[in-house]
Structures are given as structure tokens and as C-alpha cells.
Design a protein around this ligand. Structure first.
Ligand code: BES
Ligand code: ZN
Length: 456
């Protein structure tokens, strides 16, 4: 291992230059205008995976964005097979004017690299690629049998990867799935994420009168779609932040006292949290701590809302349409399809007859949990300790990686989530960044981890 760690150390500068090159491709998956860029990022990976010496590097076309696969199966039948998963697509960059540096011109300031995708998830998949390189260049093979799969649709729900997984069970078969697409609990605190929330993403469209109207001439006579929408939204939760959708909590597994005690042991500075976000007071479900609210309890939030006049100054219009995007984070054992049905049923039940209401399900994903008392997790603890010099903590992330649950259901493989981002990396926001110390330590961690896994 010494040789490998030294190799990583002496190749840091080149690694960084390569990462910058990868980050400069604007692979935004939800914008049609960037379709070719998403493809370009996939080809970039294809070329790179070949150049580090992986075998069977193949790009699979899908109905959406392509998937790239590669492997190295030379460790022998007695060694475990590990599937590394990640995503090379990124979120849109808006609002662009809030970026200090252009999102696709990676800029290093101090110990951070700023670019869209730096932490989520290109920088983190590059951690794996570079530690694979370090093993291969020094030993000509890996200590484990390895498969990698990188997709371009994670940020839009992984729709085509589900289909691919069902069709390619044999190709993707593995004992463990290793993923780096989460964060550390905080700086200098290496972390293992043992749970992700699921997601159910809905859209509500309201249509009132058949055209925009003068709000003086018609106001008072017809139901304003924006008002109707606001009335509906206000009935989704009560004033204690309980979600009012009938049956919403039916499948929610209550938090065990043991887990609640563990959460209490995680450091959490409420004052600092509020200061960082510049809010006077925190807000959330009654009866739960902030850590529980943001990681282990279900939520409902509006992610977008539109209708009427948005331009400068005033315009006395009574709009014809209004709408909102509403998403719910889900916890074990909630099912996104079932929640989508409950949501639609409830909204239709409370919808006023004076407007037309349409509810559409956009995408979703199941929550996931990883058992922590396993040899693969023990190996991860050791690898993180070797690289960071301290014991890792265990925590649950509130975010979602939709395919993780399916790796378990379809392949029967546990997912081990080793995240190297930080909570303030601004993922999905302007000025996304990635800490370069964590990037390099991540590469060493993963190099150690492959080695540790080979001993199981
Ligand atoms: N890397 C994130 C998941 C994540 C978010 C992990 C926050 C840890 C903390 C992932 O790329 C992501 O953003 N997922 C989406 C999934 C959705 C679009 C289906 C999410 O959580 O919103
Ligand atoms: Zn993301």
C-alpha cells in the first residue's frame, strides 16, 4: 500500500488538472440544450477509463443519456466483486449571476475547487478513478474484482438506469456497491452514510378562466388560480409541520430510541447553523430535533411556484393559470408510487370546484438503509481511519440517490456510502465547491478500502 499512497501523493497536481478538464464539460442532464455536453462527459470518461487500464470499457446508449461501464476482474474467484457507482451529470446552474466564477471554468481558491459538479458528483467519481489508477499503475491489477458504472441521469431520477439494471443483472452482479455521492458530517470528520431518504416529486397545475383577465373587471367573480393554489398548498401541512395527506405516515417506520440517542451524540451547533443560514429561528416538524428533521423524518416542500405577473412594477392581472412543483422526502418504508397516489387523491379532494386541477408525478426514488454491523462497513471504518487519522462517524443523509435501493433489491448487494463532500459545498446552488484535501484523502481512502475489501 505504501507504494500506492506515495504514487497518489506524487501525482496530485496532474490529478487536479485532469479533474478541471472533466469539470469544464457542462453536463446538465435536465436541459435539452446540453444533451451533447452530457454525451461529451460520458465520452470523456470512456477515454479516461481506457487510459488508466480498465477492461471492457463500454458506453451503453439509453432512451436518455448514456451509461459508461468498465471492469477489471483479475483478482481471482476468491476475491469479492465490487461495483462502483456514480453520476457524471450535474444540476442546472441558475441563478448564474450569483456565481463568483463561471460554473464550468473550474477555479482553485485556497484549498477549494469551485465548479458545478465538483462535489456532486464528478469530483467524487474521480476519487475512485484515480485510486483505481494508482492500484493499476503500481500492481498491474486490483486487489478486488471491480466493475464501475457511471450514469448521466441521477439528477433527473435515474429512469433509464433502472431499466438497464433490470436488463443487465449479470453484467452488474456484485457483492458490494460502493458510492461516493454524499458528504462528510463535517470537516475533519470522515463519515459513513448509512441511510438516504427517498423522493416523490409532483407538479400541480391549476387552470382558472380561459385567458388572463383584468383584475378589476373580473376580480371577485372568478377564482384566481394563484389563490386557489395557495389554498391547496396551505392545506398540505398543519401548523406543527405534520403532513396532512391522508395515509402519508402509514408506512413510516418510527425512529428507535437507540437511533435517536445516536443522533444526539453527533455534534450539532444550532447557533452556528442559524448564523450560517442567516435565519432567526429554525423550523420543522414538532417533536423532532433538527438532525432528525433533516435526515430521518419525511418532509414536504414546494420547489417552485409560478403564475401571474412576475415583471417589474405592478400589473393588475387575474391570471388564467398557476402551478407549483412539490416534492416529498421519504423515509423507510414509504413507497414513492404509493405516496404519489395519496398526494393526488388528497389534492383532488381539497381542490375547489371553481378551478381545474391537474396533478402529475414527475419522478421518485425509494429510501435506503445500509446495515452497519457488517464486514464491508468495518473495512470502510479502517480505510477512513488510515487515510484521515480519525475514526469515522455514522449518519443519515436527507438527500436521495434513487438507484441505491434497487442495487439492494435487484443485485442483492449492500451499498456502502463513503462521502467526501462537505455540508457547505453548495451542491445544487451557486458556487458549488469541493475541498481538495478531502479529494486527495478520498483517493487514499478508496485505495485502502479496495485493499481492505480484498481481505473479507
Ligand atoms: N449527491 C446528491 C445526493 C445527496 C444530497 C447526498 C445531499 C447527500 C446530501 C444527489 O446527486 C442528488 O442531488 N440527488 C437528488 C435526487 C433526485 C433528483 C432524484 C436529490 O436528492 O435531490
Ligand atoms: Zn445532486
Amino acid at each position: 500500500m505504501d507504494k500506492i499512497i506515495k504514487y497518489i501523493e506524487s501525482n496530485k497536481d496532474r490529478y487536479l488538472e485532469e479533474l478541471k478538464d472533466f469539470l469544464s464539460i457542462p453536463s446538465i442532464s435536465n436541459e435539452e440544450a446540453h444533451k451533447d455536453d452530457v454525451k461529451k462527459a460520458c465520452s470523456w470518461l470512456e477515454t479516461h477509463l481506457k487510459s488508466i487500464g480498465l477492461d471492457n470499457v463500454t458506453v451503453y446508449q439509453t432512451e436518455g443519456h448514456p451509461i459508461v461501464y468498465a471492469d477489471c476482474m483479475k483478482a481471482g474467484n476468491d476475491k469479492p466483486t465490487v461495483l462502483v457507482y456514480g453520476h457524471y451529470d450535474v444540476q442546472p446552474v441558475d441563478p448564474l449571476e450569483l456565481w463568483t466564477n463561471p460554473p464550468f471554468e473550474p477555479t482553485v481558491i485556497g484549498n477549494k475547487i469551485y465548479a458545478r459538479g465538483s462535489a456532486d458528483d464528478k469530483g467524487q467519481i474521480f476519487i475512485h478513478i484515480k485510486s483505481i489508477e494508482a492500484h493499476l499503475k503500481n500492481n498491474g491489477k486490483l486487489p478486488i474484482n471491480l466493475k464501475v458504472i457511471f450514469e448521466g441521469e441521477e439528477e433527473i431520477g435515474s429512469g433509464n438506469l433502472y431499466k438497464f439494471l433490470e436488463k443487465q443483472k449479470e453484467l452488474l452482479k456484485a457483492d458490494y456497491v460502493v458510492i461516493s455521492d454524499t458528504s462528510m458530517y463535517k470537516d475533519n470528520m470522515p463519515s459513513i452514510c448509512y441511510g438516504l431518504r427517498g423522493l416523490c416529486f409532483m407538479q400541480i397545475d391549476i387552470t382558472g378562466p380561459n385567458r388572463d383577465l383584468h383584475s378589476g373587471t373580473f376580480g371577485g367573480g372568478v377564482h384566481n388560480p394563484i389563490n386557489a393554489l395557495a389554498e391547496i398548498i396551505s392545506k398540505l401541512k398543519d401548523d406543527k409541520n405534520k403532513i396532512l395527506i391522508d395515509g402519508f405516515y402509514d408506512d413510516v417506520v418510527a425512529l428507535s430510541q437507540n437511533e435517536r440517542d445516536e443522533f444526539k451524540r453527533l455534534p450539532f451547533d444550532e447557533k452556528k447553523y442559524k448564523m450560517d443560514l442567516e435565519v432567526e429561528e429554525l423550523y420543522g416538524e414538532d417533536g423532532y430535533t433538527t438532525i432528525e428533521r433533516v435526515s430521518a423524518r419525511p418532509t414536504l416542500d414546494c420547489n417552485g411556484i409560478w403564475g401571474g405577473y412576475q415583471g417589474q412594477g405592478a400589473k393588475t392581472v387575474l391570471p388564467s393559470v398557476a402551478g407549483a412543483k412539490v416534492s416529498m422526502r421519504l423515509v423507510p418504508n414509504q413507497d414513492p408510487d404509493k405516496v404519489a397516489e395519496l398526494f393526488e387523491k388528497y389534492v383532488m379532494k381539497i381542490a375547489p370546484k371553481s378551478v381545474k386541477v391537474k396533478v402529475t408525478s414527475l419522478h421518485g426514488g425509494k429510501p435506503s438503509v445500509t446495515a452497519i454491523d457488517t464486514p464491508a462497513i468495518k473495512a470502510a471504518v479502517k480505510a477512513l481511519k488510515d487515510a484521515f487519522g480519525v475514526d469515522p462517524v455514522f449518519f443519515k443523509e436527507g438527500g436521495s440517490i434513487p438507484i441505491v435501493n434497487s442495487f439492494n433489491e435487484v443485485l442483492g448487494a449492500d451499498a456502502i456510502l463513503l462521502g467526501f463532500g462537505l455540508p457547505d459545498d453548495n451542491i445544487h446552488s451557486p458556487n458549488e465547491k469541493f475541498d481538495l484535501n478531502n479529494f486527495y484523502k478520498g483517493i487514499s481512502t478508496v485505495a485502502y478500502y479496495y485493499d481492505e475489501l480484498s481481505k473479507i
